[in-house]
Design a protein around this ligand. Sequence first.
Ligand SMILES: *[C@@H]1O[C@H](CO)[C@@H](O)[C@H](O)[C@H]1NC(C)=O
Ligand SMILES: *[C@@H]1O[C@H](CO)[C@@H](O)[C@H](O)[C@H]1NC(C)=O
Ligand SMILES: *[C@@H]1O[C@H](CO)[C@@H](O)[C@H](O)[C@H]1NC(C)=O
Length: 180
Amino acid sequence: MRVHYIIWMVPFILASCVTEIDSLFEFTNIKCNSIDKKFFDFDYCHIKAVNRTFKYMSVRTALHELPVREVLADLQILRRFKGYIPITMNVTLDVCRYMNKRNSRNPMVNFFDRVLKNYSNAYHKCPYDHDVWVEQLPTQFVNTQFSDVLPLPSGDYAFYSTWVVNGKMRGTLWVYGTLS
Ligand SMILES: *[C@@H]1O[C@H](CO)[C@@H](O)[C@H](O)[C@H]1NC(C)=O
Ligand SMILES: *[C@@H]1O[C@H](CO)[C@@H](O)[C@H](O)[C@H]1NC(C)=O
Ligand SMILES: *[C@@H]1O[C@H](CO)[C@@H](O)[C@H](O)[C@H]1NC(C)=O
């Protein structure tokens, strides 16, 4: 994994000094984009509010060329000031390599790990020979992660991910949220 831990951690160390304990996260938007629809598309990609306390996001892909043997994800968190400004490095996660050990000291990767472990069918070693989904990831779970794993000050955030699968850039998944 190409990660410069020290530089990457600085914003979090600074941010953790100003975080309130009762952070409250809400999803505001999600944008899924398939660059190569012959390779894969999204069956769905949405945020839903079941009621006042239960809101979630779900994403389901339809993979047209299986198996998947290589998955690289560029992960980055941005914060909105006048526009969205990156507050973390672009971390390139080699997902297949990661699944062999499932061990990282990067807080963003740990976050990602818990999301996959609890809410997806992708938490296993490569190859992937099936469609991949993240189903009903609740705001409540993200809330807990923000207080425990990624302490950040309140504001508008975006989580950008760019996906290189079997050697080519295939799509992007952007999730927007507010932390108050
Ligand atoms: C919201 O919906 C969930 C799932 O259907 C349910 O378990 C929960 O009790 C509901 N909460 C309220 C306050 O209605
Ligand atoms: C992060 O990586 C993505 C995909 O490689 C790229 O499009 C984006 O410009 C990068 N962001 C920065 C701030 O370098
Ligand atoms: C997520 O998974 C971990 C490990 O299996 C478990 O300890 C934790 O309670 C789960 N969290 C949620 C919100 O389901």
